[in-house]
Design a protein around this ligand. Structure first.
Ligand code: HEM
Length: 122
């Protein structure tokens, strides 16, 4: 299968839609919404679209911070494995709603897991 995960998911429009739905879920979930209290969500959504496009094998326009740098200050506020699990849960549910295959959802979860230690500063 030579097609990238990015194109299998449906390209830029699908990734953009997925990120919008994903953050709606995150902000409705009180286990994680407090981390985003002071965050400019328009900027956050833009960065996340760029980042996910890159890790899914689409065009690389991501110019944000590394995962380690981007989350370091959240560790002091208690960011831990449970929160990363919740991110993966909401991302998976979002992709499922959009009709993405179980196999591709597993691949996305694996990508998210591959940055877990960086996000958590380990
Ligand atoms: C799979 C794991 C994750 C990925 C791929 C990811 C991705 C990103 C990206 C691309 C940014 C932008 C970095 C920048 O500012 O340049 C970011 C920032 C941020 N992330 Fe994550 N993230 C992950 C896990 C989490 C978790 C578990 C939480 C909390 C529940 C979280 C909360 C935040 C917040 C609040 C910011 C904004 C920080 C700020 O601007 O001060 N992230 N993340």
């Amino acid at each position: 299968m030579s097609e990238s995960l990015f194109s299998r998911l449906g390209g830029q429009d699908a990734v953009n839609t997925a990120v919008d739905i994903f953050y709606r879920k995150m902000l409705m979930d009180e286990r994680v919404s407090h981390f985003f209290d002071d965050i400019d969500m328009d900027q956050q959504i833009l960065k996340q679209k760029g980042f996910l496009t890159m890790v899914f094998g689409g065009p690389n326009h991501y110019s944000g911070k590394s995962m380690r740098e981007g989350h370091a200050h959240l560790l002091k506020r208690g960011l831990n494995d449970m929160h990363v699990d919740i991110v993966i849960e909401h991302l998976g549910a979002t992709l499922k709603e959009l009709g993405v295959t179980t196999e591709d959802i597993k691949q996305v979860a694996a990508i998210a897991n591959s940055v877990r230690d960086d996000v958590l500063g380990r």
